[in-house]
Design a protein around this ligand. Structure first.
Ligand code: PRP
Length: 180
């Protein structure tokens, strides 16, 4: 028994897996035969990165970057800071930035501008989720898994105070004061 939330499944695990497999194929088709650097935005994008990579043909490299704008809460702080930079020199590489969710677009706007200065051969963004109604910064996203309503969601990497990242599905959080 726990107190605090009920979860309403929004996207079942099977739907996520099918969509991610398709995105992996689309990325490979668009990049061609060159190596692809999947640049995972920690922490939330790591399940998406893993499933994308498993469904992608050819040479695939991983790297990780961590930024923070939400600081573990349910409201954006309005500013982005780098907590961990990537390790590869991305100059001349085909980079796909892998995000779990694009909400206001602040994080992605910051990262696109930053990474462009590092001169990759190409830069694309794959986001599992997008909330168009929450967008405050107009930023391109080449591959979107699912567009969702402007609700607080968890699962498949997304957290509520670090909980629920392990769920294989995406769910909306329904607050409750009753035991669940
Ligand atoms: C979340 C998410 C995106 C960003 C999206 O990261 O992973 O990076 O917020 O919000 P935005 O479009 O309004 O900028 P968070 O800071 O919660 O880190 P986490 O992935 O470690 O949970």
């Amino acid at each position: 028994m726990s107190f605090g939330e009920n979860l309403e499944t929004l996207i079942p695990a099977e739907e996520i897996q099918a969509r991610v497999a398709q995105i992996a194929k689309d990325i490979r088709r668009d990049v061609g035969d060159a190596p692809i650097l999947l640049l995972c935005v920690l922490k939330g994008a790591f399940p998406f990165l893993a499933d994308l990579a498993k469904n992608m043909d050819g040479d695939v490299l991983f790297d990780f970057i961590q930024v923070s704008s939400w600081a573990g809460g349910r409201e954006s702080t309005g500013s982005v800071r780098i907590k961990k930079d990537h390790d590869f020199d991305i100059k001349g590489m085909h980079v796909v930035l892998v995000e779990d969710i694009v909400d206001s677009g602040l994080t992605l706007t910051y990262l696109r501008e930053l990474l462009a200065t590092r001169q990759p051969a190409s830069l694309r963004v794959a986001a599992l989720l997008s909330k168009p109604d929450a967008r405050e910064h107009n930023v391109p996203v080449e591959y979107i898994g699912f567009e969702i309503e402007n609700r607080f969601v968890v699962g498949y990497g997304l957290d509520d105070g670090e909980r629920f990242r392990n769920l294989p599905y995406v769910a909306a959080v329904i607050p409750t004061s009753e035991p669940v």
